[in-house]
Structure formats: structure tokens, C-alpha cells
Design a protein around this ligand. Structure first.
Ligand code: HAM
Length: 419
């Protein structure tokens, strides 16, 4: 409804209740788990100087074609962040976190912007929960971030996510693989889709996860045959640690991911309810990124999780909140008393509402019936005698309760049911 020009831009949406509360509940859940794993919260600006993202994604779609890049009135070249890893790496370098006690564990929760083609579960503004672990080369660091992500997914109510993992090798072994891959696909160039012919020139590894040329890639050389000993040992140790923690993990030899900064470990998790091209979270190791941004080279690994997608995949999204559970109704002339009583209950930690539309008692109780568990009736002789009428809207009972016993009564009634 309304004029087209006053509606949300394509690929974006307003979050209204209860969805807005579900996002908030997910934020709390994710940050609580991150804190248990020892991650500190970091909030970077939603826009950065463009080179922060350009440096890390020369052949990355989200940087090349999908960025919201603009020049502001002062002539600064800025980009709305398409992802969090580069922004956190910039902060890591800028604040000299290489000299802080290691490892450094950071997490974030916030909006990302990509001008992608909107479709189900793909937005131009989406929310990510992410974690980045700096300073450890150990495969246990990779296992830790994978397990943090799967614990959050599990705690949100999505059981047994399957983690797919691969190693794209290191600077020593990847060039040899790349060469073999280019040879293989060049020989079959005529059968490739248009995008893959470009990839062959710019980023041949991405040919492996093309959704169109599935047949051809089946016979492509396997990275595992080219891993150096260190890369092989690393991925096997990551898988063993994740597996020992009871989390299903399997190698996917076609997994390469779409960002340029990865080295060795890459992983992704999907869910049947999202379709097989849609990931719930993804990440990997990126030991060269801080160096590319002008800092000391530091090993690092992390993930980003799509909260929009996680909520959409959940059979029962986390408990929403917001609706007042206690409704303070009043007889004519007692609107201020009801207003103040509701305020007092809120101060005691309850969610309470009172009428401010001058409605009749009947209309107030009807309203209460839609939203509250208990209605209080303020006014009349009961009020003069220091009591309040309490109507239990679920059980259908009514009784008078002394005002000074009200809090205890309500607290007990609403126990287990958030006030
Ligand atoms: P990414 O795979 O591009 O990785 O995004 C992470 C997650 O964000 C995806 O798995 C997906 O759930 C969600 N996501 C991405 N784009 C959209 C979209 N248009 N609409 C809805 N959800 C979306 C990264 O961004 C890396 N920074 C992850 C990382 C952290 N790697 C290392 N550390």
C-alpha cells in the first residue's frame, strides 16, 4: 500500500513483531554462546573506506558487482560492508591487536549489504552473526569456530546440521592444483557456461562450485591429491576434533567458497529446508588477510552466519517477547491510578499495559483478552479498601487481592510465563 517510492528498497524489509523479537532473541542467544567460548563483542562501522573491501576481493562478486559503493559529499570513496571479516581485520590492524594477549577472539552481530538478485532467503540487507579467531595456527582453532557456530544453530532449535569442509591448500600446494585445474577445464572450455569461462581466467577454483557445470566437474582433479603434507595434516586434524565433539562433518571436494582471502580450511553448512544452494553459515581460515591490510601477518579463522536464514529454517523460532502480560484496566475516573499502577509493575520487572484511549471497561477487558494473561481492575469500592480486582484471563477466575500483595501474587501467577 502507499506510493511505490515510499516503500522499502528491493531486497530489504522491515522487521515487525514477532520477527523483530525473534532477531533480538537470536542476537542474545548467539552472543551468550560466543561469550561462553570467550569471544569479545566488536562493533565496526557499517561503512568503510572502499579499499578495505577491494583489497580482499579482487575477484569476488560481492565486492566487484554487488557492493553499495558511493562517494560522499566530501569526496570519500566508501562502501557499505558486504561482510564482516575484512572490517574486523581492519580493526585488528588499526588497534594493534597483534600485541594483545593471544589468541584474540572477536564476534559481531549486525547488518551486511550486498546488491544481489533478491530471491527467497537472499536479501540486499541481511544480518550476520560472525566470529573471528586470531593468533592460532592450530587445527583446534578451526574446530573451535565450527563448533561455536553449530552450537548456536543447535541451541536455536535446528538439530544435527551437517558441516561440509574442504582445504583449498596453501601457497605451496595450491598453484600446482590450480595449474592442473586450468588444464582440465581449458580442454573442456567449449562445454562450460559463460560465467565459468570468465572464472577460468580470473579464479579457476570457483569452477568447482559452479551449479551449472556439475557434470564436467565430477571428473576434475581432486584437491586432496595436491595437498602438501602440512595442509593434509591440518584438515584431518580439524575433522577429527569436530568429529570427537560429536558434530557430523564430511569432506566436500567441490567446496571452495566465494571470497578470495581463504587459505586451507573452508567450510559451509546448509539445511534441507533452505534448498541446497543456500548456506546457513560459512567460513574458513584466512592467514594472509591482516598482512594484506598493512598489518603484521597473523593466522586467523572465522565464520559468518545468516540470521535471516537461520530464523526462516527454524521449526519454532526463539520465544518472542514484547506483548504485555498484565493489563491494568480501570473504571471511569481511575485512568491515572491505572497508569501509575502499570508503571509500578514495570518497575518491578513485569510487562504491563494500561488503557490510554479512554475506553470503557468492557472494551478494555476485550483488549486485555487478546494480549494479556491477567487483567487488573482499578477503581470502585475495592480500590478505596486497598484491593484490586484480578481477573485471570486464561483460567477464567476473578478475585480481589490487597494492593500490597499484588506483586507476589502476579509473580507467582506468571512464573514460567515471562511477565
Ligand atoms: P558468506 O558465506 O559470504 O561469508 O556469508 C556468510 C553467511 O551470511 C552465509 O552463509 C549466509 O547464511 C548469509 N548471507 C550471505 N549473503 C546473504 C544474503 N544476501 N541474504 C541472506 N543471507 C546471506 C562471509 O561473509 C564471510 N565473512 C564469513 C567468514 C567469517 N569467513 C571467515 N570469517
Amino acid at each position: 500500500m502507499g506510493f511505490e517510492e515510499f516503500q522499502t528498497p528491493r531486497g530489504t524489509r522491515d522487521l515487525l513483531a514477532p520477527l523483530s523479537w525473534q532477531f533480538e532473541a537470536m542476537r542474545r542467544l548467539a552472543l551468550e554462546w560466543a561469550a561462553r567460548f570467550g569471544y569479545d563483542l566488536i562493533e565496526t562501522p557499517v561503512f568503510e573506506k572502499s579499499p578495505v573491501f577491494l583489497r580482499v576481493g579482487e575477484s569476488t562478486d560481492i565486492v566487484q558487482h554487488e557492493s553499495y559503493r558511493f562517494t560522499d559529499a566530501g569526496g570519500d570513496d566508501l562502501t557499505l560492508r558486504p561482510e564482516g571479516t575484512a572490517a574486523v581485520a581492519r580493526a585488528w590492524v588499526q588497534h594493534g591487536l597483534a600485541t594483545a594477549p593471544q589468541p584474540v577472539r572477536l564476534c559481531y552481530f549486525g547488518p551486511m549489504f550486498r546488491r544481489e538478485r533478491p530471491q527467497a532467503d537472499r536479501y540486499r540487507q541481511h544480518t550476520q552473526f560472525g566470529a573471528e579467531l586470531y593468533g592460532s595456527e592450530s587445527p583446534l582453532a578451526d574446530a573451535e569456530v565450527i563448533l561455536l557456530a553449530t552450537r548456536v544453530v543447535d541451541a536455536a532449535g535446528l538439530k544435527n546440521p551437517e558441516v561440509r569442509i574442504n582445504s583449498i591448500g596453501c601457497e605451496e600446494c595450491r598453484p600446482r592444483y590450480r595449474e592442473a585445474l586450468v588444464k582440465f577445464f581449458t580442454e573442456r572450455q567449449d562445454s562450460l557456461c559463460e560465467d565459468c569461462r570468465v572464472r577460468l581466467q580470473q579464479n579457476p577454483l570457483r569452477l568447482l562450485d559452479c551449479k551449472q557445470d556439475v557434470e564436467i566437474r565430477q571428473d576434475a582433479p581432486d584437491l586432496a591429491d595436491y595437498w602438501c603434507e602440512a595442509c593434509r595434516t591440518h584438515i584431518l586434524a580439524v575433522m577429527a576434533a569436530v568429529d570427537a565433539a560429536g558434530q557430523t562433518i564430511r569432506r566436500d571436494r567441490h567446496l571452495v567458497r566465494g571470497l578470495d582471502y581463504y587459505t586451507r580450511t573452508v567450510f559451509e553448512v546448509g539445511h534441507p529446508s533452505l534448498g541446497d544452494q543456500v548456506a546457513l553459515f560459512g567460513g574458513g581460515r584466512y592467514d594472509g588477510l591482516s598482512g594484506a591490510l598493512g598489518g603484521a601477518p597473523a593466522p586467523a579463522v572465522g565464520f559468518g552466519m545468516g540470521i535471516d536464514r537461520l530464523i526462516s529454517a527454524l521449526p519454532a523460532p526463539p520465544q518472542a517477547e514484547g506483548a504485555p502480560r498484565v493489563y491494568v484496566a480501570h473504571l471511569p475516573g481511575f485512568d491515572q491510578e491505572a497508569f501509575l499502577l502499570a508503571l509500578g509493575l514495570r518497575q518491578q520487572g513485569m510487562a504491563a499495559d494500561a488503557d490510554i484511549l479512554g475506553r470503557s471497561l468492557k472494551a478494555q477487558l476485550k483488549d486485555a483478552g487478546r494480549r494479556a494473561v491477567v487483567a487488573l481492575i482499578v477503581g470502585g469500592a475495592e480500590w478505596e479498601h486497598g484491593t484490586v480486582g484480578v481477573r485471570d484471563l486464561v483460567r477464567g477466575t476473578q478475585e480481589d487481592i490487597p494492593r500490597d500483595a499484588l506483586h507476589g501474587y502476579l509473580a507467582e501467577r506468571l512464573q514460567g510465563d515471562r511477565a
